[in-house]
Design a binder for this molecule. Sequence first.
Ligand SMILES: [Fe+2]
Length: 307
Amino acid sequence: MCSSSSTARFRPFQETCTRNPIYMQALAVAQHVNTVVLKVHCSLPFRVLGVQYFISMTRPPKAQPSLLFRQLFEKESSTYTYLLADNAHPDRPAVLVDPVDKTAERDAALVEQLGLKLLYVMNTHVHADHITGTGILKNKIPEVRSAISRASGAKADLHLNAGEKIYFGNLYLEVRPTPGHTKGCVTYVTGEGPDQPSPRMVFTGDALLIRGCGRTDFQGGDASQLYNSVHSQIFTLPKDTLVYPAHDYKGHTVSTVGEELKLNPRLSKDEEEFKRIMKNLGLPYPKMIDVALPSNMVCGVQDPVAT
Ligand SMILES: [Fe+2]
């Protein structure tokens, strides 16, 4: 017999079923299990003859974030600038990390050519060897907001704190404090999770360079602090995390956390050895520092040119 829970609406169908032995066998099995899931996918459940069905509705798939990534180079200061955008988002929102004044026009043109909406220009720290391109980019694209760590003491539209997430579309960069090269250095890490880039990417500024690190003898630098920053905030990331520094002087473009843990000639040592190495570098006075610092403390914001 068909289930007594069936409604009058289905009675003609039931009466037909009861005369069909194959159907009755199938129904007996279904009643034993009590639930038959035909398709569980954005489902609307309903029950007929004690059997639970699910209506499958068509739902457009959610657009997965897709990272557009460019590594750009400024040859005089050997600085890398990074462009990241959410290519799957209709607005194609983007951020630039560590632009340089000399190549800011190139960066703005690339943003325009690729049809991106630049939201933030983010600096990893107050640079001493070049002037940031932030001011020029803000003049060219007025809606862009400058960002730098609160600890830097520099002027900016957005002051970043530890753990903050800066979203561009459905992607984000997490702010990690990595002082030691300067007191306000931060590192930006791409997001964690299935809808974020994999492997993760870390933009280390001068805290960690490929097979090196930034100097610690100016701008509130401290070798012990840098050692602990790198080991606690960068070397704790998964070993396949891609390392993108602010500079390279030997032609390297990218490394990994695992590679630097093992091969970095300074930071793979213990802290005492690291401090000894940093103390004995004997580097000359930075030639651009007196020009770059005052400008970078206001994120390179220039007064509009008088016409
Ligand atoms: Fe620096």
